[in-house]
Design a protein around this ligand. Structure first.
Ligand code: AGP
Length: 626
């Protein structure tokens, strides 16, 4: 959460920092700010409440001129989204500008001490303490990088920090703990420091030519916990918190990793839903041997021998990725014949979960930066468990902590609400479960071949669901005034009920509850009346009859029922108020199909209600605070 961009080089810094912030806006968008060290060596600060575009200067004013700049797009933790609380924050003398992502856990104690020593605070943020602590180091005569490094010993909590200072042609940045990354790239006498790869966009766009193909890769280095960097036009240097120089290995970042456009769609979310067949195909690519009817995972980090020794699988994630993990649990039990559990990473990390070398932990996450997931992964590693990540962002923290990763390869997902990456996660979890089943002998050759055949049909099946979206606008008009929704599903579709409810609440702000349908009679049934809309997932699977009973129970109490049904189920269709259809499919694949109508439903209701679909209030794409 929160986006950081710093630039130093021979070009005006403002447009580059501004562009980087716009690219990072998915990380937070309640306020934004940019600090520039101008030609006179003064610090020029611009801050606004709202999205990054609010920083655009009036044409007659222009932007501050200077070749060093630091910007921030905020997701508020400490203090409301106000101009005063927006970053960058400065010290008492206006000498340094600091931006920050994460939480200073001991900030109250630090702030009290700083105030007692005469520092004046102008915001409610924890970040401002960092600016004043830096000021104290400088007042003690320390050089800028040394004063900055000293912060590492003073601040508690996981965070990323960057700072600039008047009179200095350097940017300092630091990463403490596992939340909040810092990436930096140097090219042609210019450096960009950022919280995430899209910050580097300007360097990727500059290869000396022009036009749409004018981008070229750059080499980028990522800070680990307890590391800092000093960026100057001459290059990047790295050190640990003791000041020992570090040799960091950089990796190539390709333009397609950070580029995005809406391809004619009104919102990124709709574009990303429409990309789901391609996301599945991309997740399957080179992982399935269709001729031999087998799943092949070429870089799987665990040997067949060790896979045979596994005794259990634990799947972790947060939000939508937790729902994917919950379906993964069903798949592993069903196809790999292994005991499996799924748990929120934010709970898993706070209990003494039993983990050993025969436990495989699968961390699911689009961003690979979710603080709780990454922290849980470190726990697993410390306790000697086997650890893999299912992730969309190569080079992210999750991929670096895991022994190996199964990358989604879905392309950038910009809509804050996950859509195509959920489908990609489910595809990979299917692959993983089949692979484990093959290696362990839980699946016969014929069973594995059947699974592979089914997976090969997935892009077309999803394409069928997406082919007919005509009815959603009418449906959205009918349903958008309901204030409460209940989503019900059973078995592998129970997590989809949770996901459907999450999608609706996060982008349309309508209260929605997701429940395993068997739980309905244990409480939620009390909610049912004419004012509650129930979305029932009732594909023709082994639990179909039980879902039919649940639907009848809702109808008997005058509740409106929108059902997701398998094509041609006219009988049940005649008993409900609205129907969304999916094509017939093998049971283990139905969650990938039932999800899509729920994503489209949430999307169209949110549009109907005039909500900001791609950047819903209070949310951020990467949740890098705990
Ligand atoms: C999904 O629509 C949400 N934006 C959110 O629940 C998200 O899935 C969660 O924050 C986890 O993110 P990750 O997949 O990047 O770990």
């Amino acid at each position: 959460m929160c986006g950081i961009v710093g630039y130093i080089g021979h070009q005006p810094a403002w447009p580059i920092v501004f562009q980087g912030l716009q690219r990072l806006e998915y990380r937070g968008y309640d306020s934004a700010g940019i600090a520039i060290v101008d030609a006179e060596g003064e610090l020029q600060l611009r801050k606004q409440v709202g999205k990054v575009a609010s920083l655009l200067p009036a044409p007659q004013t222009g932007f501050p001129q200077g070749r060093i700049g630091l910007g921030h797009t905020r997701w508020a933790t400490h203090g409301r989204p106000t101009v005063a609380n927006a970053h960058p924050h400065t010290d008492c003398h206006g000498r340094v500008a600091v931006v920050h992502n994460g939480i200073v856990e001991n900030f109250m104690e630090l702030k009290r001490g700083l105030q007692a020593r005469g520092h004046r605070f102008t915001s409610e943020t924890d970040t401002e303490t960092i600016a004043h602590l830096l000021e104290e180091g400088l007042d003690q005569g320390l050089a800028f990088p040394d004063a900055f490094r000293k912060l590492g010993g003073l601040l508690r909590g996981s965070q990323a920090i960057a700072a600039i200072m008047i009179g200095e042609r350097r940017i300092c940045a630091m990463r403490l703990g596992h939340a909040g990354g810092i990436v930096a790239a140097h090219k042609d006498g210019q450096v960009i420091v950022g919280s995430d790869l899209p910050a580097l966009t300007a360097l990727l766009d500059q290869d000396g030519s022009s036009g749409p193909d004018s981008s070229s890769p750059v080499r980028a280095a990522f800070l680990e916990a307890g590391e800092m960097l000093v960026a100057a036009p001459e290059g990047l240097t790295f050190q640990d918190l003791e000041g020992r120089a570090l040799n960091k290995v950089s990796r190539t970042v390709f333009p397609e990793e950070v580029q995005f456009d809406r391809s004619g769609h009104r919102h990124f979310m709709l574009k990303e839903i429409m990309e789901e067949p391609a996301a599945v195909a991309s997740a399957l690519r080179e992982r399935v041997d269709f001729e031999r009817g087998r799943v092949v995972l070429p870089d799987f980090p665990i040997t067949p021998r060790d896979i045979k020794q596994l005794r259990r699988v634990v799947l972790i994630g947060c939000g939508t990725s937790l729902h994917a993990a919950q379906i993964g649990r069903h798949l592993v039990e069903r196809l790999a014949g292994l005991p499996a559990e799924a748990e929120s990473a934010s709970e898993f990390r706070y209990r003494r979960a039993y983990i050993d070398a025969q436990t495989l932990v699968v961390a699911v996450g689009q961003s690979g930066e979710t603080a709780d997931t990454v922290a849980a992964m470190h726990e697993v590693k410390d306790r000697g468990g086997r650890l893999i990540a299912i992730c969309n962002q190569s080079g992210s923290q999750a991929t670096r902590v895991a022994e190996g990763s199964l990358l989604m390869r879905s392309g950038a997902e910009i809509g804050v609400a996950s859509s195509k990456t959920f489908i990609a996660s489910l595809t990979i979890l299917n692959l993983l479960a089949v692979y484990l089943g093959q290696v362990r002998g839980a699946l016969s050759e014929a069973d594995a071949a059947r699974q592979v055949e089914d997976l090969a049909r997935l892009p077309n099946l999803i394409g069928d669901v997406l082919a007919d979206t005509a009815g959603y606008q009418r449906l959205a008009r009918r349903l958008s005034d309901y204030h409460n929704f209940l989503f019900l599903g059973r078995g592998m579709n129970a997590p989809i009920a949770l996901e459907g409810a999450l999608k609706l609440k996060e982008i349309s702000y309508i209260h929605a509850e997701g429940y395993p349908a068997g739980e309905m009679k244990h409480g939620p049934i009390a909610l049912i009346d004419r004012t509650l809309a129930t979305v029932a997932l009732a594909p023709r699977d082994s639990l179909y009859e039980k879902m039919v009973n649940n639907i009848k129970e809702v109808k008997a109490r005058d509740g409106l029922v929108l059902a997701v049904l398998t094509q041609d189920d006219e009988e049940l269709a005649g008993q409900v108020d609205e129907v969304l259809w999916i094509p017939p499919a093998p049971e283990q694949l139905t969650p990938l199909l039932t999800t899509i109508p729920l994503q489209l439903l949430a999307y169209h209701i949110a549009v109907q209600r005039g909500c900001d679909v791609d950047q819903p209030r209070n949310l951020a794409k990467s949740v890098t605070v705990e």
